[in-house]
Design a protein around this ligand. Structure first.
Ligand SMILES: Cc1cc2nc3c(=O)[nH]c(=O)nc-3n(C[C@H](O)[C@H](O)[C@H](O)COP(=O)(O)OP(=O)(O)OC[C@H]3O[C@@H](n4cnc5c(N)ncnc54)[C@H](O)[C@@H]3O)c2cc1C
Length: 221
């Protein structure tokens, strides 16, 4: 089977999807910040813009037996976003909207490509605070933070990413979209699926939305 056949099917399914195939273009998406790893040569690099795009990509991947590599900003230090031979790298940089800042409930709902520092600035402008601050905060994405359960210096007082996640929207390997958790503290019935996805390094599903906890901004010290 020629390499172009699966991609033709993807283009048919999602004609507006941005897809890079030229090695000169895909090169920048083969590596993350992990040393001593040899990245593979991806089939292509795709940039979904919506949960529906991600769902269609995952369904296509199942039908064509194409592995997927989710990718945020590519700052990871454990090789999770490194390209695999013949796989489609799915980059979340175009899903970068802060969908809601809910002051009454102290939550923010975001797409996974939002940069950590951008979220911090947006909620800070409303007198609110988002705790997790990996040292890469000016570059890394919330999706990557969730998949790595990242934490920075403030974790000593405020905890790591897992402590700030109330709910997720995730596209599973079969293309099903699931929602875990929710805004309410009492959204606790059943298994704690949110926590399973946090720290799973993209192996259990593609995170397409997250509802995060906020606090009133602490006073300057
Ligand atoms: C200078 C520097 C400083 C750093 N400091 C810290 C630190 O203080 N604390 C810390 O914890 N880490 C740190 N890191 C590591 C890295 O920045 C974090 O792990 C960050 O959370 C990765 O985010 P990213 O958007 O770059 O993710 P990527 O590197 O793109 O991906 C990381 C993992 O997340 C998965 N992923 C990305 N998006 C999704 C999604 N939407 N759905 C499912 N899976 C997804 C990928 O498959 C991969 O497994 C640092 C890195 C650098 C380069």
């Amino acid at each position: 089977v020629s390499d172009s056949l699966p991609l033709d099917r993807l283009r048919q399914a999602l004609p507006d999807l941005r897809i890079l195939t030229d090695p000169a273009d895909t090169e920048a998406f083969r590596f993350d910040e992990t040393e001593y790893l040899r990245p593979g040569q991806p089939l292509a690099v795709a940039f979904p813009r919506s949960t529906a795009d991600v769902q269609a990509i995952v369904r296509w991947a199942g039908e064509t037996r194409t592995p997927l590599v989710p990718r945020g900003a590519g700052t990871g230090l454990s090789g999770g976003a490194v390209a695999i031979d013949g796989a489609l790298t799915v980059v979340f940089t175009q899903m970068n909207q802060i969908l809601e800042i809910d002051r009454a409930n102290l939550t923010a709902t975001v797409q996974p490509g939002v940069i950590n520092a951008d979220l911090g600035r947006a909620v800070g402008a409303q007198g609110l605070f988002y705790g997790p601050d990996p040292a890469s905060f000016e570059m890394c994405s919330i999706g990557g933070n969730l998949a790595e359960n990242s934490g920075g210096l403030r974790c000593v007082k405020y905890g790591v990413t897992r402590d700030w996640v109330l709910g997720l929207e995730v596209v599973l390997a079969n293309g099903e979209v699931v929602r875990t958790g929710g805004k309410n503290k009492k959204d606790v019935a059943g298994y704690d699926l949110t926590s399973i996805f946090v720290g799973s390094e993209g192996t259990l599903g593609l995170i397409t939305e997250a509802t995060l906890r906020l606090l009133p901004a602490p006073p300057p010290s």
